[in-house]
Design a protein around this ligand. Structure first.
Ligand code: TPP
Ligand code: SF4
Ligand code: MG
Length: 451
């Protein structure tokens, strides 16, 4: 069977580069994951990561023990993965030194050696002695590190978090469990706080009071970024300040009691857009935050799902390595808010991608050369209608209590409309990037494809 979408070859070399589509015949109905490690703007490959280390069970180091969530949602996985991606610098340094024959693997495993190596290339003499390193070795190490710094690999991290589930669960005074400097911002100003931290670090570096490059990473919920925080974010993006802002998207104002927000999907039951006899849940589609971010021409915009840890980590690494403003929207299924059992959170993330309820992709924008590079990282099964099965949105919705009304006898038309909106959403998405999708379903008259 032929895939339902093809590449528009006229656009292949300009603005649009879609590796995934080209490979679709081969990878049909499989998650292609992170085969695309190359970053166009970096002009180099994103170094390999040890996927075992990215295993959820081994995610230590970014958050100290004590993390509490209300029922164990996907949000902590998101926080851990993002922070973990930033910590990968030690792994890269080890790999580079090993590959260049500068140090033996056994030496690199010694904590005191790594402590010296990671100390900005300015080891204190007693540390040098304790680590058993000669000045000659350190000199060679420093040259490798300089190259890594040029590639943007070496930095320290500062986090900021807008009020939301994240701050409630990880940073309620006096129990801040972050192992990094962490700034608790208000609900509405994550963009302004990230901008201020970035400007401050830059000023300190200019006057040489801070020697190590710092990266500022802001976390906000969907309410804090799609809605109330959008204005400050727009300013951050317009100034293209070197930063990464991550939306952990649980699709409602969750910590305050499941109120609908602009990222809530159509038809979902929330406390402020409830299912009643006349109106059935939220009446508008989710806001297209990605198009808004892209309109600012910032260099890196991506989405990711926590079920594909490797893909998520690589995207965060790219976001941190590419100079300028970066934005990521990461799905964070919420058990009480969506009404499902917590143990299914990661499987549900995967289903969201398979059914095109959530898209996993990235866009690198080279504003100077007016080029944009677009990659779909995990192809939804919406493309395929052969016997292996097109994944319908119902398979995703039926797992969640917020869509229960669509599965009652009287709800069939709602499910159909949900499918229509999902199809036309994907159609618009593909068209936006110049891809052909020949067989997109027509939206019903009551369902505008975009608001
Ligand atoms: C100006 C202002 N309005 C309202 C609130 C109350 N409030 C705190 S967090 C929040 C919702 C947060 O939603 P979201 O950003 O999606 O984060 P989540 O709780 O889902 O993690 C609200 C309404 C506030 N702190 N400040
Ligand atoms: S309300 Fe949902 S997203 Fe928030 S901490 Fe609880 S389970 Fe996680
Ligand atoms: Mg939210």
């Amino acid at each position: 069977m032929t895939p339902r979408s093809t590449v528009d070859s006229a656009k292949a070399g300009n603005y649009v580069r879609v590796g995934s589509y080209l490979d679709m015949q081969v990878f049909r109905n499989q998650r292609i994951g992170t085969y695309n490690r190359e970053s166009v703007l970096l002009g180099c490959e994103v170094p390999e990561i040890d996927t075992k280390a990215a295993d959820y069970r081994e995610l230590r180091g970014s958050l100290a023990p004590g993390l509490s969530t209300c029922t164990g949602c996907a949000a902590p996985v998101v926080f851990n993965l993002v922070a973990k991606a930033g910590q990968m610098r030690a792994a890269f340094l080890k790999k580079a030194l090993h590959q260049e024959g500068i140090m033996a693997a056994a030496e690199l495993e010694r904590p005191e050696v790594m402590k010296v190596l990671l100390n900005d290339g300015r080891p204190a003499p007693h540390d040098l002695a304790r680590a058993g390193l000669t000045p000659a070795i350190v000199k060679r190490v420093a040259s490798v590190r300089e190259r890594l710094i040029e590639e943007g690999v070496y930095f320290k991290m500062v986090f900021a978090g807008a009020t939301g589930c994240m701050t409630v669960t990880t940073a309620s005074y006096p129990n801040n469990i972050w192992r990094f400097p962490y700034f608790h911002s208000a609900f509405e100003n994550i963009g302004a706080v990230v901008a201020g931290l970035e400007s401050g670090a830059r000023a300190l570096q200019r006057t040489r009071r801070l020697r190590t490059p710092h990266k500022v990473i802001g976390f906000a919920g969907d309410g804090g970024s799609f809605d109330i925080g959008l204005q400050a974010l727009s300013g951050l993006w317009e100034r293209n300040q070197d930063s990464l802002v991550v939306t952990y998207d649980n699709e409602a104002y969750m910590n305050t009691g499941k109120q609908r927000c602009s990222s809530t999907p159509w038809g979902a039951n929330t406390t402020t857009a409830p299912v009643g006899s006349m109106v059935k849940g939220k009446q508008t589609n989710a806001k297209d935050i990605i198009s808004i971010a892209l309109a600012h021409n910032i260099p890196y915009v991506a989405t990711a799902s926590p079920d594909d840890a490797e893909d998520l980590i690589i995207k965060v690494r790219k976001a941190l390595m590419i100079p300028g403003a970066a934005y990521m929207r990461i799905l964070a299924p919420c058990p009480p808010g969506w009404s499902f059992e917590a143990r299914h959170a990661i499987a549900l993330s995967r289903q969201a991608v398979d059914t095109a309820a959530f898209y996993s992709f990235e866009v690198e924008t080279d504003a100077r050369n007016r080029r944009r590079y677009f990659t779909i990282n995990n192809v939804p099964r919406i493309f395929f209608d052969d016997e292996s099965g097109r994944a319908e949105i119902g398979a995703y919705a039926s797992e969640q209590g917020r869509f229960t009304h669509m599965f009652r006898d009287s709800g069939q038309h709602l499910l159909q409309e949900f499918q229509g909106r999902t199809d036309s959403g994907w159609h618009n998405f593909a068209q936006f990037f110049g891809l052909a999708t020949p067989e997109a379903a027509e939206p019903t008259s009551a369902s505008p494809a975009r608001e």
